[in-house]
Design a protein around this ligand. Structure first.
Ligand code: SF4
Length: 201
């Protein structure tokens, strides 16, 4: 999961999946990756973009996982969430989004990792301010999304961002929740957005 998340940075899903599949068909463990030649990793993940930087990071992370954790991150992910997050953030190239994806999808903590789509959608929907950074957007979303449904919300917001609330040319008219959105109400023919308490349901 950590390798896949590093490979997904700054690229589209198709290319990051292709890079992941090529890499993991050859290297299956942290040990194999830690001992691999940098040039070989680069070649395998080239399709994913930023391959030199990502290859370097993956090799460094693998070495760390191997030397500090015996090749298995389970011991980190079993720690209390704040401690686990802090430890993951100390890994080379691991930022808040990557750490939160590990915590949500592997350790099953009830949080919302914020990717680029969620970042944009949360602001357009009015759940966060334009100037808000990662931590604020995450906290604000977690305040309005019911516990137990945050991972589901994460997945649905990403789908919304990919399909309708695109960075360029968003499809406001076709958006299924346009009547709940301050921008979308113009396109849904409503004069005012629904109040916040109604929007969070
Ligand atoms: S109405 Fe437009 S801005 Fe609002 S969520 Fe839908 S696509 Fe995004």
């Amino acid at each position: 999961m950590l390798v896949g998340t590093v490979l997904s940075q700054n690229t589209n899903d198709r290319n990051s999946f292709a890079a992941f599949s090529r890499l993991t068909s050859k290297f299956k463990t942290a040990e194999e990756l830690a001992h691999a030649k940098l040039s070989e990793i680069e070649e395998l993940i080239k399709i994913g973009g930023l391959y030199q930087e990502k290859a370097k990071r993956l090799k460094e992370i693998s070495k760390l996982v191997l030397t500090k954790y015996g090749g298995d991150l389970k011991s980190v992910l079993e720690k209390p969430i704040e401690q686990a997050r802090e430890e993951l953030l100390s890994f080379p190239g691991v930022g808040p989004k990557t750490a939160d994806i590990m915590l949500a999808f592997w350790a099953r903590h009830d949080i919302i990792p914020v990717d680029t789509h969620i970042f944009r959608v949360a602001k357009r929907l009015g759940f966060a301010e334009e100037r808000d950074g990662y931590e604020k957007v995450k906290t604000k979303l977690e305040q309005v999304i019911l516990p137990g449904r945050r991972i589901e919300a994460h997945m649905l917001l990403i789908q919304l961002g990919r399909k309708y609330c695109r960075s360029r040319n968003p499809l406001h008219e076709k958006c299924p929740i346009n009547r709940l959105c301050p921008i979308g109400t113009r396109y849904a023919g409503l004069s005012r957005p629904l109040p916040r308490h109604a929007r969070s349901r």
